[in-house]
Ligand binder design. Structure first.
Ligand code: PEP
Length: 247
């Protein structure tokens, strides 16, 4: 059985005091029904790592470098992220794909670095509205996953989480219907079955795109939706914990 995961992507939001207050509320809530992870911006990771050490809440970073170290001004390596307590790293978020030219090749390179460091990669995929309307949603998602499906070894998939995030639903208030999301999640699972049935059965596929406390239960009740990657609604404890408690 796959244990559900609710992951909060804070994006470029918060301050040190807000981060501390949010983490404190999340820790106090002591959620048992699902795994919980938070992805604060880089400057708050070290303090969060201290705050969450020995806690069940997992810590993730929103990005990482493809290089290990050296003359890469502004970059942060996976070893540095692990050093401050991160267990997970987001890869291929649609904002990074669209705004920072994160290609499928870069997504693969980052994922390989993360796995080599024995951390978990949360790999985001999803189509734009135009791609969905032209009937190409599954084709796009298949293309985005193709390199990973071909390059990763079966055992490495235990360190991969996929997040299906239709671009048209991110930060727009528009959520995929549970049926639309389930259909794509089942498709993604069929792609994973091409690696092995074990990988299809065990890899978590999260849904992301305007998840909130009011719609989470319906989405998470779908058989192939294993939790959510939550943006805007992860910035207030009440809403984020409401999502966690909907499981
Ligand atoms: C996200 O950024 O991963 C996301 C899903 O954002 P939102 O929940 O705000 O749509």
């Amino acid at each position: 059985m796959r244990r559900l995961l609710v992951a909060g992507n804070w994006k470029m939001n918060a301050s040190s005091s807000m981060a501390e207050a949010l983490l404190s509320d999340i820790l106090t809530a002591d959620i048992q029904s699902c795994d919980v992870a938070v992805f604060p911006p880089f400057p708050y990771l070290a303090a969060a790592g201290v705050r969450l050490s020995n806690a069940a809440v997992q810590l993730g970073a929103q990005n990482c470098a493809t290089a290990d170290s050296g003359a890469y001004t502004g970059e942060v390596s996976v070893a540095m992220l692990q050093d401050v307590g991160c267990q997970l790293v987001l890869v291929g978020h649609s904002e990074r794909r669209a705004l920072f030219h994160e290609t499928d090749a870069v997504v693969l390179a980052k994922t390989e670095k993360i796995l080599a460091q024995d951390m978990t990669a949360v790999v985001c995929v999803g189509e734009t509205l135009e791609q969905r309307q032209s009937g190409n949603a599954e084709l796009i998602v298949k293309q985005q996953l193709s390199a990973l499906l071909h390059q990763l070894k079966e055992a490495q998939w235990s360190q991969v989480v996929i997040a299906y995030e239709p671009v048209w639903a991110i930060g727009t208030g528009e959520t995929a219907t549970p049926e639309q999301a389930q259909q794509m999640h089942a498709f993604i699972r069929s792609l994973l079955a091409g690696v092995s049935q074990k990988v299809a059965d065990e890899t978590r596929v999260l849904y992301g795109g305007s998840v909130k406390a009011a719609n989470a239960a319906e989405l998470f009740a779908q058989p192939d939706i294993d939790g959510g990657l939550v943006g805007g609604a992860s910035l207030t404890a009440e809403e984020f914990l409401g999502i966690c408690r909907s499981i």
